[in-house]
Design a protein around this ligand. Structure first.
Ligand SMILES: NC(=O)c1ccc[n+]([C@@H]2O[C@H](COP(=O)([O-])OP(=O)(O)OC[C@H]3O[C@@H](n4cnc5c(N)ncnc54)[C@H](O)[C@@H]3O)[C@@H](O)[C@H]2O)c1
Length: 438
């Protein structure tokens, strides 16, 4: 276990941000960082940039910004690179994605145009709705992993990078269950060499990163680094890994509302969630096998938060349904509807309706920035393997096999901030507060 107040290596130097999948989320993240650097744009939604952390007693009045408290890399030191199949540069992708305004994009054109993804590891069978233009060849999946490793090494050399992190912002792959090939590093490497169908492209990128000791995060719900072989590789090469599927729109709301209902012992009969989404992600998720991956990730949160086993009278057998409807006119502006059937005192029924008119990539971009910076911090602090303190960012947090994941957003935030306090040798905050009344 890492020691309290451990020494953290300096954040100085350039950090390469490796992104497999340079679509709407990735390019909104990149354009946003460029706008921060050159136009003083505000990173709303980013805890690392805008959040504070209380230290010591409430009467101490020590509340620094998180970025001043822990040694994070400077956003000016981030250098972007990545892979995609579409053959566009980032300026073209941002225009097509329709998330950001044209005037902003035109002001960032030189930086965005200069970023063209490298050819990708891709197989249509894992994301059926997409057609590819720029794809790596290679007889085996192992050959492809070596090519990704080579891309990373070239990128590092060309840009004189000190460190790297990788964040999958690619499409949601089909639903895969962990099997023998995922059970150990040895089995996984054998599988790479004999093209095992259980190994998807996202796993090949994750393998390449972890092989080089580079931290890895997965923004999508597909199986990628959340199985024993990758945990073993991450530990072996001292690379931090964390959960999957960014917690942004509807699930973010769920993990805000559900802990509140439970804390007041309000029962739940049913929770119906539907989404209208018109971007490429929506198109991919319209395909049943990709939707199945997303559905599993979205459904699991309520059970873990509400604990029906502990509170059967309140939460046993509640009906939970999630739908995603591909509706092109909505573009990236996703609309989420929730109908929540609850009951209170003496069983009297009530309802909550939530209509969240959100912007998918606007919600996801700051999460990319925070994850890149926190994973880089973890690596410099000597933390490797599963980083449960980053659960805050994911619909499917990764945790030790004997644990259940923590989904409650407020517990996740407390865990994250206490981890930062611990790293800096500060007292953890329990919120007991009895000392103020002695
Ligand atoms: N935006 C959100 O709020 C949010 C929340 C949770 C999860 N996600 C997930 O994040 C991912 C990205 O979302 P998006 O809106 O940017 O989607 P997008 O379709 O705009 O971008 C995904 C990109 O990945 C590329 N891609 C697919 N397979 C690839 C491969 N093997 N190698 C390299 N590139 C590949 C596609 O060509 C595409 O450009 C999706 O999986 C989505 O489900 C998004």
């Amino acid at each position: 276990m890492i020691k309290k107040g451990t020494k953290i290596a300096s954040p100085k130097g350039k950090v390469g941000v490796l992104i497999p999948g340079m679509g709407a989320v990735a390019t909104t993240f990149i354009a946003g960082v460029e706008a921060m650097r050159t136009q003083g744009a505000k990173p709303f939604g980013s805890l690392t940039q805008m959040g504070t952390i209380r230290l010591g007693k409430r009467t101490d009045k020590r509340v620094p910004m998180i970025k001043d408290f822990v040694p994070l890399a400077d956003v000016n030191d981030l250098v972007f690179g990545g892979w995609d199949i579409h053959g566009e540069n980032c300026y073209e992708t941002t225009l097509r994605s329709g998330v950001l305004e044209r005037t902003l994009l035109d002001s960032l054109k030189p930086q965005l145009q200069g970023l063209k993804p490298w050819s990708a590891v891709f197989e249509k069978k894992y994301v059926k709705r997409l057609n590819s233009k720029t794809v790596k060849k290679g007889k085996t999946k192992y050959d492809q992993a070596l090519q990704v490793i080579e891309d990373i090494q070239n990128f590092k050399k060309k840009n004189s990078l000190d460190r790297l992190t990788m964040i999958w912002c690619g499409s949601t792959e089909i639903f895969l269950k962990p099997g023998k090939v995922h059970s150990s590093l040895e089995e996984f490497e054998k599988g790479l060499k004999k093209n095992d169908p259980g190994i998807s492209p996202s796993m090949i990128y994750a393998y390449a990163a972890l092989h080089l000791g580079i931290p890895y995060a997965n923004g999508a719900p597909n199986l990628s680094a959340d199985f024993p072989a990758m945990v073993e590789l991450a530990q072996k090469n001292k690379a931090p890994i964390c959960g999957k599927d960014f917690k942004t729109g509807q699930t973010l709301m769920k993990t805000i509302i559900a802990p509140g209902l439970k804390s007041r012992m309000i029962g739940l009969k049913g929770w119906f969630s539907t989404n209208i989404l018109g971007n490429r992600d929506g198109e991919v998720l319209d395909e049943p096998q990709s939707f199945k991956t997303k559905e599993e990730s979205k459904l699991s949160v309520l059970d873990h938060i509400l604990q029906p086993d502990v509170y059967p009278e309140l939460y046993k057998d509640f009906h939970h349904q999630v739908r995603i409807n591909y509706y092109p006119p909505s573009g990236d502006n996703k609309e989420g509807w929730d109908n929540i059937d609850i009951f209170g005192w003496l069983g009297y029924p009530m309802q909550i309706k939530v209509n969240f008119l959100c912007r998918d990539s606007i919600l996801a971009a700051p999460l990319c920035l925070d994850l890149v910076l926190f994973l880089d911090l973890a690596k410099r602090a000597g933390m490797s393997g599963i980083q449960e303190w980053l659960s805050f960012y994911f619909k499917s947090p990764q945790c030790a096999p004997e644990l259940y994941p923590e989904h409650d957003l407020f517990i996740q935030l407390m865990k994250l901030k206490n981890t930062l306090r611990y790293l800096r040798g500060e007292d953890l905050i329990t919120h007991l507060g009895l000392e103020y009344y002695d």
